[in-house]
Write a protein that binds this ligand. Structure first.
Ligand code: ATR
Length: 279
């Protein structure tokens, strides 16, 4: 029986076991997926004993994403691009592979929910320059965005990210965080990749007045499911893309690696996770 797990510290709130066990059950596969709390100092030992503990691979969450990337034997392109991994697997020779499927999760969900998001003449606006924003900016540039406006409270982090990703795709401009309302002018896509608007975090203060009504608005925050940003965008007639879809889609490549079936992100799965989040 194949087994995988998700490791983090803390790990109590991870929804990954619900997602993967739903799929194991749905596809009638003999397997298991569990949570493992791994203290920061124990990551190396844990990964070295992955097979010994009966695992074919694992997901990695905070604070281990960078550590797992550094410890892997083989790192794949998207993990390299962001310097962090969320999905690990062992190959036949026992080598540990690391990839980052958050980018796939975001881009796939975006394209499924709003296929028209990409418009060559319309800039994309991304708010944030943390770990999540890094993957999203990389994914957007790779998929052919011509102009990206990157805004972050700490401007220097946005500038560093822009410098690191220079050459990946189109041009990156870094307006001031306090000019964010005006940065929305003519945009075709707005992405909130900060933690603002999440339960327990400060609100995202942003006026959508300058944003065209036909723009797509995406949020990585999924608690609450409909953030104030998404509600305001919907009220304006904009197409909205929620953060839960990204969470569900990022799980697809790992499941396929470990268990050999490419699973579907269905409405039923979504409803299961929504019930858990809101229950
Ligand atoms: P993650 O890996 O989830 O992206 P992170 O690296 O801590 O987490 O990044 C959090 C993001 O939210 C950053 O862009 C952060 O801005 P700073 O780089 O200036 O810290 C942003 N953020 C968090 N709290 C914020 C606040 N009160 N106002 C503006 N931006 C905030």
């Amino acid at each position: 029986m194949k087994k995988a797990c998700v490791i983090g510290w803390p790990i109590k709130h991870s929804r990954s076991p619900l997602i993967h066990n739903y799929w194991l059950d749905k596809y009638g596969l003999a397997g298991g997926y569990e949570k493992r709390a791994v203290e920061p100092g124990d990551l190396g030992d844990f990964l070295q004993n992955l097979a010994g503990n009966g695992y074919v691979g694992c997901n990695v969450t905070v604070p281990h994403k960078e550590g797992a990337f550094a410890l892997a034997d083989v790192t794949h392109d998207e993990a390299k691009a962001v310097g962090a991994a969320n999905t690990l697997w062992l190959d036949e020779d026992g080598r540990l592979h690391a990839d980052n499927t958050d980018i796939y999760g975001f881009m796939n969900h975006l394209t499924e929910s709003a296929p028209h998001w990409q418009r060559p003449d319309r800039p994309v606006v991304v708010l944030g320059a943390g770990g999540a924003a890094r993957g999203i900016v990389y994914g957007l540039l790779k998929s052919g965005v011509g102009e990206l406006r990157l805004l972050n409270r700490t401007r220097q982090k946005a500038e560093e990210l822009a410098a690191q990703l220079k050459g990946t795709g189109g041009a990156i401009h870094v307006p001031e965080w306090q000019d964010r309302d005006m940065a929305l002018k003519d945009a075709g896509l707005l992405v909130n990749a900060t933690s603002l608007g999440m339960d327990g975090s400060p609100p995202l203060e942003l006026s959508l007045d300058a944003l065209p009504d036909d723009a797509v608005v995406a949020d990585i925050v999924y608690a609450p499911l409909e953030t104030d940003l998404l509600a305001a965008a919907r009220a304006k007639g904009c197409r909205t893309v929620d953060g839960l879809g990204m969470l569900l889609h990022q799980a697809v490549p790992g499941f396929e690696r470990w268990f050999g079936v490419r699973p579907e992100v269905s409405d039923e799965l979504r409803a299961l996770i929504v019930a858990d989040l809101t229950g």
